[in-house]
Write a protein that binds this ligand. Sequence first.
Ligand code: ITT
Length: 205
Amino acid sequence: MKKLVLATRNKDKIKEIKKILTNLKCEFEILSLTDFDNIPEIEEDAETLRQNAIKKAKVVGNFTGLPCISDDTGLFVDYLNGLPGVRSSRYADEREDVHTATYEDNYKKLLKELEGVPWEKRTAKFVCVICFYLPQKNKCYTRTGEVKGYITFTPIGKNGFGYDPVFYYPPKEKTFAELSTEEKNLVSHRYLAIKKIMAVIKKFL
Ligand code: ITT
């Protein structure tokens, strides 16, 4: 079976990506970074999700010699001019060089920044960029998925990960953390981006 490596260390993303790929009838053996030793550390210091996604996919693709996909995701809040955006995983970090912020630290900081902001001004979107990289051809393809919603006043729901408890998704009238895994994987930013990239992957593999 053909192999595809997921270039992410985030276990929650790995779980979701694997399920989405299975739902889309992807016929590849899916490997992730835990299947390889000594993968070089990747500094996510680019200014856009796309640049970070390309960087992650290239490092891992060149190291393993296998086709791979990476995922860079951010939550863009309009009232905060797009923050936390590309810095979503490090939003509540106190130091630039040490990453300690948990999912909860990050969404609590976000709720604090939005204290007193009325519902209609709490609009936000999740953006997911998926990069597919073929090391033999040195070719990168990126596709983007977006979903729009609102930042709640308090966290609601126990499913999902990251900012899901504070992201209200109007079509379902629930936060992403109130959706089941299956429901989230049918509507999410990640699902939309993966669906698009699968059309590209199928042409090459
Ligand atoms: P890798 O770089 O190893 O893939 P990461 O956790 O650093 O893992 P990102 O930079 O893409 O990945 O993720 C940014 C943060 O955005 C992540 O830590 C979560 O807090 C949040 N996030 C990503 N996807 C999410 C989702 O589907 N729902 C809620 N929050 C999400």
